[in-house]
Ligand binder design. Structure first.
Ligand code: PEP
Length: 247
């Protein structure tokens, strides 16, 4: 199966630094069988499209409205992302769950909107450090996917991609051990299968402190389809090296 590398720029960047980064990405196409994309802040979608259109590299957003078009001040709906050529949108990132009180129900509604607009939802799930230390990571992952399945049903959920992002590994420099990633991915597939999702075909990425020097180890994990890369996706040499490691 092909490997996937997605960058999450978070709320970082400006047009000058983006121009350098996007030009470097366009000049380093991924190897055959590797899919690459960058999820950028909304104001930079036009810039990403202008540079990446016609290359093999996709672009997307980091959030979407749970509603459609209408009187929802401040929201960006899935149809707008589709019009701007977004291939993907992140949903349920732990920063949004923690800082913006996103619930599984809201996340499910966002997935639904994205699927209807033909934009691939990349659904982030993962446990906190306290949950891991208390041995409760399975319960957290199980609860997160069960809540989505209850609202969406297995067919819709099977069209989403997942990113296993343990909260304690995000932005901490503490990448999860290969055995822990393998175990969590296998558990997610098992839970999804139990919910009626044909999970052997479902894409599950790993995210959390992926860097050039640990990317190969992450890509080698059984059942891991690629990486969601935060901070390192804003560093030209790092991201290009991670993409190269996926090939
Ligand atoms: C992320 O924000 O999705 C992420 C994985 O961040 P980082 O790579 O910086 O840990």
């Amino acid at each position: 199966m092909k490997k996937i590398v997605l960058g999450n720029w978070k709320s970082l960047g400006d047009t000058a630094s983006n121009a350098v980064l996007l030009a470097a990405l366009a000049a380093h196409p991924p190897a055959a069988g590797v899919e690459v994309g960058v999820c950028v802040p909304f104001p930079f979608l036009t810039q990403a499209r202008a540079v990446l259109e016609g290359t093999a590299i996709g672009w997307g957003a980091q959030n979407v409205s749970p509603f459609g078009a209408g009187a929802y001040t401040g929201e960006v709906h899935a149809g707008m992302l589709a019009e701007f050529g977004c291939r993907y949108a992140l949903v349920g990132h732990s920063e949004r769950r923690q800082l913006f009180a996103e619930t599984d129900e809201r996340i499910a509604d966002k997935i639904d909107r994205l699927l209807a607009a033909n934009v691939r939802p990349v659904v982030c799930v993962g446990e906190t450090l306290a949950e891991r230390e208390a041995g409760g990571w399975r319960e957290t992952l199980g609860r997160q996917v069960a809540a989505l399945a209850a609202r969406l049903g297995p067919e819709k959920l099977s069209r989403a991609w997942f990113a296993y992002e343990p909260v304690w590994a995000i932005g901490t420099g503490r990448v999860a051990a290969p055995a822990d990633i393998a175990e969590a991915h296998a558990f997610l597939r098992e839970r999804l299968m139990a919910l009626g999702v044909p999970a052997e075909e479902v894409v599950i990425l790993y995210g959390g402190s992926v860097k050039a020097d640990n990317a190969q180890g992450v890509f080698a994990v059984p059942g891991c389809d690629g990486a969601l890369v935060g901070a390192a996706s804003r560093v030209v040499e790092e991201f290009i090296a991670i993409v190269a490691a996926a090939g």
